[in-house]
Design a protein around this ligand. Structure first.
Ligand code: 5GP
Length: 115
């Protein structure tokens, strides 16, 4: 069996996390190494390794996650100031955890283009 990802361990309560939002399909918790004043990760509970391997059967949970962004960013206090969603994929994309996650970044003016 494939080893559990860090985020599956958080899901199963084996690693603590500062949870911001949770329902049966997804969870959102604060990043352990924040890159902005507000930095949270929105993660499907059922593992999808990365966006580049998502299939049509993942459409419901991925759509669900996107519709939760409004509520989560309100909870984080960045719904009005603005925020950025980032999904890193593969080596060049900067992915380090092989369990799909959407970075939610805000709390300061973010640069564009990113590094
Ligand atoms: P990636 O580099 O794959 O796009 O993003 C992985 C993110 O997971 C990084 O921003 C990293 O700081 C975060 N991360 C890694 N391990 C943990 C952990 O144990 N707890 C939390 N809350 N975040 C983690």
């Amino acid at each position: 069996m494939e080893e559990k990802s860090i985020f599956e361990k958080i899901r199963d309560g084996e690693i603590p996390a500062q949870m911001v939002y949770e329902d049966e399909h997804c969870m959102c918790f604060r990043d352990i190494q924040p890159q902005a004043p507000v930095h949270a990760l929105l993660v499907p509970k059922q593992r999808i390794n990365r966006i580049g391997v998502a299939e049509s059967t993942d459409a419901t949970v991925l759509g669900h996650m996107m519709t939760k962004v409004a509520e989560i960013t309100k909870t984080l206090g960045i719904d009005e100031s603005g925020f950025r969603l980032v999904v890193n994929n593969g080596r060049d994309g900067g992915e380090t955890v092989p369990h799909l996650h959407i970075h939610i970044l805000g709390g300061r003016k973010l640069e564009w283009p990113p590094g």
